[in-house]
Design a binder for this molecule. Structure first.
Ligand code: ZN
Length: 240
């Protein structure tokens, strides 16, 4: 079985569509939260995820857009985009997001947005944070999003090391505990503006990272027309 693993789509429909096309064929779609927020097409993104029967978890931006999470710790641009999303989302979008759990387990995988010990807020940026989280999930492998950075944290004996996958990088699932991040579909932050995603092949027991070009200018134009924050528009071009 091949599973397309997506995170941090952030209302970016052209990026989502490009990834769903480029990663074919697959049998299922998993998503790791932050479906909405920042980007201009929250309803359309959720409709597409419904079309492909995506399962997964809720992120902090999703909860904030639902009005069930305080935005005090959001920066001004993130807060204003969340408020824009909250005011615009259709009822069906809201219902779909509200039904997403914080944690989704399909052994041998645990899916969360932030970290297994704090699915809403904690960023797994470093090997020491990954190591501190190793006892917080029961399956061998954990998938996280939230940082918008593709990474693999591997347990090797008592050590945990971090490896940054590139387009086409492959990692075998050999039973050692892993915390992996597919990177962000809709707002990459590693300096590569292409959408980032991952394919899980359960037969080959293998993960593969992929980068996919999408029409960034079209998204920027739509965001400009909708008067979303200029900094959020500009950053898409640089992947930062
Ligand atoms: Zn995010």
């Amino acid at each position: 079985m091949r599973i397309c693993v997506l995170s941090d789509i952030h209302g970016n429909l052209p990026a989502l569509d490009a990834v769903l096309e480029a990663l074919k064929p697959y049998d299922a779609v998993w998503q790791l939260g932050d479906v909405v927020g920042y980007g201009p097409q929250p309803d359309e993104v959720v409709a597409r995820l419904v079309d492909v029967h995506a399962v997964g978890v809720r992120g902090n931006h999703d909860s904030a857009a639902l009005g069930v999470l305080d935005t005090d710790s959001f920066n001004d641009d993130a807060r204003s985009a969340v408020e824009w999303t909250r005011d615009r989302m259709q009822a069906g979008t809201r219902t779909w997001l509200a039904a997403l759990p914080e944690r989704f387990i399909d052994p041998p995988f645990t899916l969360v947005h932030g970290s297994p010990r704090d699915p809403t807020w904690e960023y797994v940026f470093t090997a020491s944070i990954a190591r501190a989280n190793l006892q917080s999930f029961d399956t061998p492998y954990c998938m996280v999003g939230h940082t918008h950075l593709p990474i693999v944290f591997r347990q090797r004996g008592s050590r945990v090391d971090g490896v940054q996958p590139r387009d086409g990088s492959v990692f075998d699932l050999d039973g050692e505990r892993l915390v992996v991040n597919p990177g962000s579909v809709g707002q990459p932050r590693d300096g590569d503006p292409r959408a980032s995603a991952m394919i899980l092949d359960t037969d080959k027991r293998r993960l593969e990272w992929r980068r996919v070009e999408y029409p960034i200018e079209a998204v920027q134009k739509l965001m400009t027309d909708l008067e979303l924050p200029v900094r959020l528009i500009a950053r898409l071009r640089f992947g930062l």
